[in-house]
Design a protein around this ligand. Structure first.
Ligand code: FUL
Length: 494
């Protein structure tokens, strides 16, 4: 290359660089506390399933005492593919199985105890429910989660140091034998009466110190670095503080984990999160499709209605949470027909409601748009792309976006999303609609987070505006939607 050509090449690349710099400004500065990529992927699943199955299914209990004989575990036609197919059909993206509940019975042939499927009549002791579960999830493209109860009412050493070794050995088996595990569930129920190897007594533990959770978390992350840990205090996913599947109307994804103790957490704190929290810990909203977590024939008629499930969806996914919905297999080892039909209708209703976003592709204008650059244009909130977003200039904390819908449209559901990879910012907003030349407040709210869904009375309007009144940093929105609810939702309003 001669000198001239070389100069031209350098000049051209400088022009290209300058051009691309001026055309691709940097993202907005993130908050101090932000979600990890794994937490974003987790939250985008929105709906996941829980599978409670063990000796309780056969003894008709919710909490086994720990003295159940493995002989009782004998599902007649266990079919984990039916579980996974159902979950997939109804929009679930992950299933979590109780590999061991408080009774201590293991659904896999653990090398560390005789209290497992290997001593049950099921498949003459040759079966492994965890293996079949994992294989079925993979076949149907679902992620895999496992629940391993810290409390073990069967184990002779529960309450002593030896048990902690046993518990970690079990975790190691589960996290090394079955491929990628996406979530591990550490329940807060701990200590009390039990069989304990025949002692039949009450054993209390110090919830703060007994489990040495920090060490256990390290082990888990060493074995599966991308896995997310659920517990009352995270570190990745937190319990939402109740078993109705209801997140707080105000729900921050931040938490100060030193303010929570597994098994003793302040449920209000968990329910709303903490705007000053130092760790990003997504709220998971667990609830069962039936009154109990395990299958009981007497509850066949007490399955939640599709409308009740839809209501829970608005109170969980619609409040910046992930919905973990339990479906307990029956004694055949199958999801019951009544549960399946409620879930299918629930899914159909949601599909119908959220099928058409009436705001998509319409025209949006904002009171402030960062650098007046199209990367931050208000138009980005109407493009159905969770990664593009509107944001304001640095000094701004309050802003309005107005959407011109063209014609008058009727809607009664509103959806708002923040781009959470930059943190959770907004703490006060309202949505207004222009009716007969007057702006009416349609709804107000506090936090938004990954997703906020709002149910309002049906309204007809050609203009809507989102008013952001409070934000801890420059406000940013990734998506905004308007929908007309399926007639089958029933009356539901916030
Ligand atoms: C609770 C347990 O005690 C229940 O049996 C169930 O597993 C539920 C999901 O968590 O703490």
């Amino acid at each position: 290359m001669n000198l001239n050509t070389c100069c031209i090449v350098i000049l051209c690349s400088s022009i290209v660089m300058a051009f691309s710099c001026s055309h691709r400004p940097a993202d907005i500065p993130p908050n101090e506390v932000v979600s990890t990529e794994q937490q974003i992927a987790y939250q985008r699943m929105e709906l996941i399933g829980f599978v409670h199955f063990t000796v309780n299914t056969f003894t008709d209990r919710e909490w086994g005492y720990g003295d159940e004989s493995p002989d009782v575990f004998n599902p007649t036609v266990l079919n984990t593919r039916q579980w996974a197919a159902t979950a997939k059909d109804v929009g679930m993206k992950q299933l979590i199985l109780t590999a061991k509940h408080h009774d201590g019975f293991c659904l896999w042939p653990s090398d560390h105890t005789d209290h497992s499927v290997k001593n049950s009549p099921w498949k003459n002791g040759q079966g492994d429910v965890v293996r079949e579960f994992v294989d079925a999830c993979h076949e149907y493209g679902l992620r895999v989660g496992l629940y391993l109860s810290p409390w073990d009412r069967n184990h002779a050493e529960y309450g002593r140091d030896n048990y902690i070794r046993y518990y970690r050995d079990q975790l190691t088996e589960l996290l090394t034998r079955y491929g990628e595990i996406s979530e591990i569930w550490f329940d807060g129920a701990n200590g009390g009466t039990g069989y304990y190897g025949g002692a039949r007594e009450e054993r209390r533990i110090d919830r703060k110190t007994y489990y040495h959770w920090d060490e256990t978390f390290k082990l888990v992350k060493r074995l599966q670095p991308d896995l997310l840990i659920f517990s009352d205090s995270g570190p990745d996913i937190r319990w939402i503080g109740n078993e109705h599947g209801h997140a707080g109307e105000t729900n921050w994804s931040m938490l100060s984990v030193d303010k929570t103790v597994i098994g003793e957490a302040d449920v209000d704190y968990l329910n709303s999160g903490d705007p000053e929290g130092t760790t990003w810990v997504v709220g998971e909203c667990d609830v069962s499709v039936r009154p109990g977590w395990f299958y009981h024939e007497r509850e066949d008629t007490l399955v939640k209605t599709p409308q009740q499930l839809v209501d829970i969806y608005y109170k969980s996914v619609g409040r910046n949470g992930v919905l973990l919905l339990n479906i307990p297999p029956d004694r055949r080892g199958l999801f019951h027909e009544n549960d399946i039909s409620a879930l299918k209708k629930f899914h159909e209703i949601l599909e119908e409601t959220f099928d058409v976003n009436l705001a998509q592709g319409k025209v949006a204008r904002a009171s402030n748009s960062r650098l007046n650059h199209k990367k931050f244009s208000p138009q980005n909130i109407l493009d159905d792309d969770a990664d593009s977003y509107w944001a304001t200039d640095d000094s701004v904390r309050q802003a309005t976006i107005e959407i011109d819908l063209g014609d008058r449209v009727q809607f009664d559901r509103i959806m708002i999303q923040e781009p959470i990879r930059f943190g959770q910012r907004i703490s006060k907003f309202s949505v207004e609609g222009r009716v007969d030349h007057e702006w009416l407040t349609l709804t107000r709210g506090t936090t938004i987070g990954y997703k906020r869904l709002l149910r309002i009375k049906p309204v007809q309007t050609d203009r809507v505006r989102l008013i952001i009144m409070e934000s801890n940093n420059t406000p940013a929105i990734s998506n905004f939607g308007l929908y007309k609810a399926s007639a089958d939702e029933g009356v539901g309003q916030d």
